[in-house]
Design a protein around this ligand. Sequence first.
Ligand SMILES: NC(=O)c1ccc[n+]([C@@H]2O[C@H](COP(=O)([O-])OP(=O)(O)OC[C@H]3O[C@@H](n4cnc5c(N)ncnc54)[C@H](OP(=O)(O)O)[C@@H]3O)[C@@H](O)[C@H]2O)c1
Length: 244
Amino acid sequence: MDLKGKVALITGAGRRVGCELALAFAARGAIVAVHYRSSASEAAKLVEQINSAGGKARCFRAELERVAEIERMVADVVMAFGRLDILVNSASIFFRRPIEEVTERDWDMNIATNLKAPFFLAKAVAPTMRRGGAGKVINIGDWAAIKPYNNYLPYTVSKSGLIGLTRALAKALAPEIQVNCVALGPVLAPEEYGAEEIAKMVAGTLVKKMGAPKDVAAAVMFLCEGTDFATGSTLLLDGGRLLA
Ligand SMILES: NC(=O)c1ccc[n+]([C@@H]2O[C@H](COP(=O)([O-])OP(=O)(O)OC[C@H]3O[C@@H](n4cnc5c(N)ncnc54)[C@H](OP(=O)(O)O)[C@@H]3O)[C@@H](O)[C@H]2O)c1
């Protein structure tokens, strides 16, 4: 897909990986819908950065646990830009919870944000993408979907579900829309991690280094503009973490 003039909705784009993805789409001439929930000032700064560099972007707020907010946001994006061609599901929650401490709310939050929202977002964008004749959905996953982390059970189950969702959506939305997943290893440590925890993450890879958000952007760009032939696939971008 040629990205120039296409509209890309990136969830969780105010900060961190999502922010880098938004900049990468803008650099290729795409119009960017920057989704955020609580990072309003970061999202506004990002939009300002893209617009002042000659690109086109706008912020859209939604609590992704609520399907009604998802549907309203997608309608707002289509109303603002007249089309929607690419959806990147990057927003996610991630927190430690030993199995004895997992509450019903912990379970529901992980599944709602990391699995249910990507489904309802894809469902909401599909009619517009189909009308435009083409579309791309990229789900940002985690290598731990395949080999679960200790003490993150609801999170790892949600990301395992995301791989299944990618395959099911690829079938349901063919032939116009390709749906793929990029399963990440460590690309950006959680903000509360110290040097010791980061060193452990690095030691756990085969390449003995952290990845970077720009690696994620390169993989997403490959799946959006590099090929229209991949669909239902999960690309492991984990520095060999799964094999190590
Ligand atoms: N960072 C890594 O090394 C790594 C490793 C493996 C997988 N991944 C995956 O890569 C993706 C991006 O990672 P990241 O580290 O950049 O993510 P992150 O910082 O943990 O979260 C990204 C954004 O998700 C948004 N979000 C969370 N819950 C939401 C909700 N209920 N409704 C709306 N927005 C919500 C938040 O937006 P607001 O701040 O606006 O509230 C948050 O800033 C995630 O899917 C993650 O699972 C990352």
